[in-house]
Write a protein that binds this ligand. Structure first.
Ligand code: ADP
Length: 631
């Protein structure tokens, strides 16, 4: 069987370093060696398949391409075998004795010797075949190139040298035999290996096979097969996303979604695209129909699985989806990222950035399409994930306008109808002369709906967005305008209805304001530090007073949210506005020297705070004053 003498060769210096690095820094992740070997085997099968297109010699071998994994408990060996392209002797020396990548030496010079630091670096490098030595103290590779009759055996303990000898091998392809270290018994367990294969290689295109166990056969009740050793496929062996859309049934998409998302329900929609060009990738992304219970948890795990060339790389690849699209689940299969890409590498990677941008765009387009063509589905989406999407304008500046288009609100136009009004609907209904999008924020829909600030808007029939979710303050502080129209809080700054108010009215108002000058001055003195300002307003029709925030101060709703979250916020003082047409205010103006005027001033301020759902700083004093005035 042995054709020529054994030859001993030295590894290139860099290989020794890489081996050290692998063994030291990747031990905590040792199972990945199997992924690496299966991936190499799968590459070899891919290469054979590709080569067979042009080379008749290779074409002979281009059948039943598969990967077989066997183990021998007595010999303590684990074997990964493929019938792929194989290697010639020269290739073995080049591939398994040297590292051809340029810059390797410089790279390795950065090594610190500290496992934790180096583990990050190894990610940039490429794990590959040498990871075998994490679990094996000796590795034997028997390989025969598909176009040749000669086979070669490579063997090494990973200590700086390897041996080569010519052997005979009946089948073309490569057989990697790991002589496992005494500590690695787990990789001699059928169950463990099957789990690893499914975990990492379920969707690689080739079957990964293992010998059928007796239990399996008993279950299958196929008596004829019992005791006859034969291989069975362990992985699914189809990469769904690699198929053409036209080849995939809706049902298959749904099943696939359920499989990756552990969901019982079908997804609401999916986006399946193959992108070619300088960065090539395929994505198959799903929008679930329901929100998971932990969507709002700080450490919610994002549902993107990253594959590189159909080999599973990682779950929760958060770099591919922004936080505001964290509900998206699916697979991104990148063609030109390194197989051992780590989270550290993904962080600042241009290709990742390109894939992310492209995928985000597709998801936003998908949502836009749903909104337009399947409004019922879109409404379902909105009620499950609308609150999350509202984080978008703050997080994704570039797509702000498109995200804004997808937002839905309850408005004064039809409060009972729920969150169904888009900003486009709002703009379409805007009367001539209106140049702002008005909104009110409050804790609850009822509080928003009954805010005194809305009185003038109701009177003038101007639609106002009723914002009552926590995230809304966050949203409007980042979404300042839509289609050139600013978003404006009805409770901030002086009321300016712009062209909606004609000049005659404005002149009359100015006169009215003037006639209340004495009362305003009095209130300012009496309320002192409790207010930033006191002024007459024309925004109220029923209430005597309201409080507003100064144009550039934090809104009162935002203050409340931050305080509730335990943050120390400098309290912005409110501006008290009085309704000059209200009987109470008129009466006080007529008699501003009366003895109870101080109580009246405080009472008006306190009730204005209460009316907008605020908290009094001294509720007992309020009650006392109220009772005094009642008597
Ligand atoms: P990488 O796969 O990143 O190139 P590896 O160290 O894993 O690095 O492998 C080095 C090379 O060895 C591969 O590029 C391939 O040419 C060759 N090789 C490894 N495993 C096999 C195999 N099972 N069949 C054929 N060639 C292989």
């Amino acid at each position: 069987m042995i054709v020529a003498d054994k030859q001993t060769l030295s590894f290139q210096a860099e290989v020794k370093q890489v081996l050290q690095l692998m063994i030291n820094s990747l031990y905590s992740n040792k199972e990945i060696f199997l992924r690496e070997l299966i991936s190499n085997a799968s590459d070899a099968l891919d290469k054979l398949r590709f080569g067979a297109l042009e080379d008749a010699k290779l074409a002979q071998n281009n059948q039943d391409l598969n990967i077989r994994i066997t183990f021998d408990k007595d010999a303590r060996t684990l074997t990964v075998e493929d019938n792929g392209i194989g290697m010639t002797r020269d290739e073995v020396i080049a591939n398994l004795g040297t590292i051809a990548k340029s810059g390797t030496r410089e790279f390795l010079q950065q090594l610190s010797g500290e496992a934790a630091k180096d583990a990050k670096l190894i990610g940039q490098f490429g794990v590959g075949f040498y990871s075998s030595f994490i679990v094996a103290d000796k590795v034997t590779v028997n390989t025969r190139h598909a176009g040749s009759d000669e086979a070669v055996c490579w063997e090494s303990t990973g200590q700086g040298e390897y041996t080569l000898e010519e052997v005979t091998k009946a089948e073309t392809g490569t057989q990697v035999i790991l002589h496992l270290k005494p500590t690695e018994d787990e990789f001699l367990e059928d169950f463990r290996l099957r789990n690893l294969i499914r975990k990492y290689s379920d969707h690689i295109a080739f079957p990964v096979m293992m010998l059928a166990t007796k239990e399996d056969e008993a279950e299958n009740k196929d008596e004829t097969l019992i005791d006859v050793p034969h291989f069975e496929t362990v992985n699914k062996a189809t990469a769904l996303w690699t198929l053409n859309k036209s080849e995939i049934k809706e049902e298959e998409y749904n099943e696939f979604y359920k499989y990756i998302a552990h969901d019982f329900a079908d997804p609401l929609a999916y986006s399946h695209h193959r992108v070619e060009g300088s960065t090539e990738y395929t994505h198959l992304l799903f929008i679930p129909a329901q929100a998971p219970f932990d969507l709002w948890n700080r450490d919610y795990q994002r549902g993107i699985k990253l594959y590189v060339q159909r080999v599973f790389i990682m779950d929760e690849a958060e770099h591919f989806m922004p936080h505001y699209l964290r509900f998206v689940k699916g697979v991104i299969d990148a063609n030109d990222l390194p197989l051992n890409v780590s989270r550290e590498i993904l962080q600042n990677n241009k290709k990742v950035e390109t894939i992310r941008k492209g995928s985000v765009k597709k998801i936003l387009n998908l949502l836009e399409d749903l909104a337009l063509n399947a409004p019922e589905k879109y409404q379902k989406f909105w009620s499950a994930f609308g609150e999350v999407l509202k984080e978008g304008p703050a997080e994704d500046f570039a797509n702000k306008e498109q995200i804004a288009k997808l937002l839905r609100f309850t408005t004064t136009h039809d409060v009972g109808a729920g969150e169904i009004v888009s900003l486009d609907d709002y703009l379409a209904r805007m009367p001539e002369g209106q140049d702002k999008i008005y909104y009110v924020t409050a804790d609850t829909l009822a509080a928003a709906q009954h805010s005194p600030h809305l009185e003038i808007f109701a009177k003038k029939n101007i639609e106002v967005l009723l914002l009552h979710h926590r995230v809304d303050e966050w949203l409007v502080s980042h979404l300042n305008e839509y289609q050139g129209k600013t978003l404006h809080s009805v409770a901030k700054g002086a009321l300016d209805l712009g062209a909606l108010e004609d000049q005659d009215v404005k002149n009359v108002q100015a006169e009215v304001d003037q006639s209340f000058a004495a009362l305003i001055a009095k209130f300012k003195t009496l309320l002192g530090d409790n207010v930033k300002d006191v002024r007459i307003t024309h925004r109220l029709t029923e209430s005597p007073a309201c409080v507003v925030s100064d144009e550039h101060d934090m809104s009162r709703q935002m203050q409340k949210i931050l305080e509730a979250a335990g943050q120390a916020v400098p309290r912005a003082k409110p501006i008290l506005e009085l309704n000059p047409y209200h009987a109470l205010v008129k009466k006080l103006q007529a008699d501003s020297e009366q003895p109870e005027i101080a109580n009246w001033a405080h009472l008006l301020l306190d009730q204005a705070v209460l009316a907008e759902g605020g908290q009094l700083s001294d509720p007992a004093a309020f009650v006392k004053r109220l009772n005094q005035l009642l008597l």
